[in-house]
Design a protein around this ligand. Structure first.
Ligand SMILES: Nc1nc2c(ncn2[C@@H]2O[C@H](COP(=O)(O)OP(=O)(O)OP(=O)(O)O)[C@@H](O)[C@H]2O)c(=O)[nH]1
Ligand SMILES: [Mg+2]
Length: 313
């Protein structure tokens, strides 16, 4: 009997959740960067274990990649963290991804605290073991084992693929027996426009530093598919928060925006399998991270949770 169900990838920013998702599903569905708070949305992507004829049994793991959990200082970040926390209630299995190359801190305590009341199995994924001395791994596994009653602790490297097969088997074993949830060719719930905006944002993240990665967003103004077989035309606006940030993204003589555009266009062409015309402009949208309407327009989901009951005085 095949198995199928939902697994949420949860953890602190930069732990490697999106890298792991891309590695497992075999396609780049989520953007990745060396800056924290890269993922701003929930991303569903499906790992298929082929039909019996191709050596599988038709099982499916439906992954839900989530924004890293952090202390939210803007409405954007409240939405991001809420979206991540909300998945804890919805999935069959939780995969807590931890960057094994860093020392556990208060943020990790907070995340494991969130797991106190979950009833589903939680698998601890110790990621980035390519950066960790073998001798340090066992003590870390022993230490991390105290954070929660984990169903399993699996060391992996999302970067090299080491341990990822085993992780897939462990997760699959915790899912219910079930018919497939999605058709056999279903990859992700991300609309093409959203994927295009994210590919541009990835290049902004890769080419900027300090506050800029956090204060930029990419909106698709027009996604013109009328001649898609020959040329896909994509018009984007890169939002920044302050006038002073605009010249940084544009660069001297337009050098930076040109580089972002070229790198993004190459990725878009590879992904969409067609030539792409990419038009980028940079605009100031003051305090957009706190503007609910802009966040709606950007497609950052708002999870409506019941308000907490007021504490008695
Ligand atoms: N060396 C090494 N680097 C990794 C590994 N996995 C991820 N990374 C790097 O870690 C950084 C963060 O990766 P992401 O996949 O964006 O992390 P994330 O957990 O999705 O981060 P947020 O979306 O910000 O929550 C990137 O620079 C990745 O290349 C790994 O196994 N080994
Ligand atoms: Mg991510």
């Amino acid at each position: 009997m095949p198995r199928a169900g939902f697994v949420s990838l949860i953890g602190r920013p930069n732990a490697g959740k999106s890298t792991l998702l891309n590695r497992i599903v075999g396609t780049k569905v989520a953007i990745v960067s060396d800056k924290p708070q890269t993922t701003r949305n929930r991303i569903v992507a499906v790992k298929h274990f082929d039909e019996a004829a191709s050596g599988g049994d038709g099982s499916q793991i439906v992954f839900v990649d989530t924004p890293g959990i952090h202390r939210p200082l803007h409405r954007l970040n409240v939405r991001m963290v809420d979206a991540a926390v909300e998945t804890l209630r919805e999935v069959d299995v939780i995969a807590l991804v931890f960057d094994a190359s860093t020392a556990p801190g208060r943020g990790d305590q907070y995340v494991s605290g969130l797991l106190q009341h979950v009833t589903q199995p939680v698998v601890l994924v110790l990621n980035k073991i390519d950066l960790v001395a073998k001798s340090a791994l066992l003590p870390l596994m022993a230490h991390a084992g105290a954070w929660h009653d984990f169903a399993a602790i699996v060391p992996v490297s999302a970067a090299t693929g080491d341990g990822v097969d085993r992780l897939e088997r462990v997760l699959l074993g915790l899912l219910p027996e079930s018919d497939p949830i999605f058709p056999g060719d279903y990859l992700t719930d991300q609309p093409e426009r959203a994927m295009a905006a994210e590919m541009v944002r990835e290049k902004v993240l890769a080419n900027t530093r300090a506050e800029l990665p956090f204060s930029t967003a990419v909106a698709i103004d027009e996604f013109d598919e009328s001649e898609r077989d020959e040329l896909l035309r994509v018009y984007c606006t890169i939002w920044v928060e302050h006038e002073s940030q605009k010249p940084i993204v544009i660069g001297r003589g337009g050098e930076m925006i040109k580089r972002i555009g070229t790198e993004a266009r190459q990725d878009l062409e590879r992904f969409f399998g067609t030539r792409v015309f990419l038009d980028l402009r940079v605009k100031v949208n003051p305090d957009w991270r706190n503007n609910e309407r802009t966040l709606d327009e950007l497609g950052v989901p708002q999870v409506r949770r019941k308000p907490r009951p007021k504490r008695k005085a």
